[in-house]
Design a binder for this molecule. Structure first.
Ligand code: PEP
Length: 249
């Protein structure tokens, strides 16, 4: 399996001056930290400038969404070939905010997953249940359904080139992290279906809880929202991943 991964998701935050300062600090901070891959998923308008800033650094560039179409009359959309041209190595697919706020269906997510891989971009497929679904005991049913939709549309072998992020919707941006036991249960369920795929946890990961989450047997890294906007916090989370990688081997 490729090395562990810590990916930041800036969501719709940032500006050109702040991005530069944040990335300078992150790039300098990860220079000596080996054994964990690091990436940052930035808003579309910043891709070109950030690509330039990250050239020849250990911080990989990612986007937060893509179209399932390669080109055509799709106003406002951005395609996988466009992301590839900017050197994106990763793209988030099916983030819960996309599913909930923009009506992305399981089928659309599956098509986006294929579109990314078709351009050699690693999709970070986001899966997760709402609080109501968890409380109804439907976590595995929901996560399994979201995954099945992508299995149906894509050769299973392709998952070796993908990343899957378990992100319980109720833990994203809420400050409410899933307990290590809840995370491990879902990651174990996923690992049984995805042996060669890196499995990230996302949902209010912070420097204070990262070590406990990354120590879990089936967690290979994290998808970090709010804490990726603060260089010292993001770097502490990367350090926790490095320590977990050393301890788990
Ligand atoms: C996310 O945006 O994917 C996320 C996990 O956000 P946060 O870390 O802020 O909960």
């Amino acid at each position: 399996m490729p090395s562990r991964l810590v990916a930041g998701n800036w969501k719709m935050h940032g500006n050109r001056a702040a991005n530069r300062a944040l990335l300078d600090a992150v790039v300098a901070g990860i220079a000596g930290l080996n054994g964990v891959e690091c990436a940052v998923c930035v808003p579309f308008p910043y891709l070109g400038e950030v690509a330039g800033q990250l050239a020849n650094t250990r911080l990989a560039l990612g986007a937060q969404n893509l179209s399932e179409h390669a080109h055509g009359a799709f106003t406002g959309e951005v395609s996988a070939p466009m992301l590839a041209e900017f050197g994106c190595r990763y793209v988030l697919v099916g983030h819960s905010e996309r599913r909930q706020l923009y009506g992305e269906t399981d089928a659309a997510v599956a098509a986006k997953f294929a579109a990314a891989l078709g351009q050699g971009i690693t999709p970070i497929l986001c899966l997760g249940e709402t609080l109501a679904e968890r409380e109804a005991g439907k976590t595995e049913e929901v996560v399994g359904r979201q995954l099945e939709a992508v299995f149906r549309a894509n050769d299973r072998k392709l998952f070796e080139n993908a990343v899957v992020a378990y992100e319980p919707v109720w833990a994203i941006g809420t400050g409410r992290t899933a307990t290590p036991q809840q995370v491990q249960e879902v990651h174990f369920f996923l690992r049984n279906r995805l042996q060669g795929t890196r499995l990230l946890y996302g949902g209010s990961v912070k420097k204070e809880n990262a070590a406990a989450l990354f120590a879990l047997p089936d967690v290979d890294g994290g998808l970090i929202g709010g804490a990726s906007l603060v260089a010292v916090d993001f770097l502490e989370i990367v350090k926790a991943a490095v320590r977990a990688a050393q301890e788990k081997g």
